[in-house]
Design a protein around this ligand. Sequence first.
Ligand code: SPV
Ligand code: MG
Length: 309
Amino acid sequence: MQNQSQQSVPVSVSDSHADSSRTEMLRAEICSSSELSFLMEAHDGLSAAIAESAGFKGLRASGLSIASSLGYRDANEASWSQLVDVVERIVDSTTLPVLVDGDGGFGNFNNARLLACKLRQRGAAGIALEDSCFPKTNSLIGERHPLVDIDEFSGCLRAVKDTVGQDLVLVARIESLIAGHGMDDAISRAHSYADAGADAILIHSRKSTADEIFSFVHAWQNRLPVVIVPTKYYQTPASAYRKSQVSTVIWANHAMRAAIAAMRRVCHRIFTEETTASIEPNIATLDEVFELLRYDELARAEARYLRLS
Ligand code: SPV
Ligand code: MG
């Protein structure tokens, strides 16, 4: 865990602007490291701080989790400006690089490049854009997953690259296997997106084994680094990804799902028992809350700046 007391800027007012050092950290994780990297889902400042204190080196601002925490469905019900606001809280709450789930870009190339600009302003380190039509449906539910035409989506990636250059890591996410278009379509999209300037390819699958992921990786031959989201094929061990030279694993929704399970349990018990006595040992202490949110820094600042007569 990093030494938070050495940070000079309080979390709640840290400066939000393009942060090239975080971009380079993310680029190192996804594009240059020979080690398997892991990005942990965050959907607000608190989940971001918890992921950092657990030891993760990078975060993924995840669309499903952010939507869920706002009470929306992962179907572009939350607007791009709501996403940007949540990302700002995530960025300000940690020192980690944040790869933002930009869905399909909230429209065409013009909406996507505007989103990328705004994310850069708020301190994001990267954006993942997927070739699903607007409004999207979460990849893990339903059967209808229309894809954007390959040339149109390549143009969208080019527009984003031309706009933000190296300031954001650009991850192109391919939904061919989700949509049932097959491996050849996935591979030809990957080449087209690489030609358009993507820094990495995210290949998504909803199968319960990683077989089609490994088929993709084998056919792709690492022309660009490969990012995966093993939500459904969670039984596959990390060693298998290391062996097949996957670059990065995203744990996409697990903090949000953990929060749902824990909050449900606690609400149920408080409601039925009409006391919090029995659940106290099972929830975070207030001291943990104060430590995570760095109340110590505020106390030091008060001692320094608050001159009470
Ligand atoms: C998300 O969590 O928002 C993702 C991954 O993009 S998935 O839900 O599998 O589409
Ligand atoms: Mg998503």
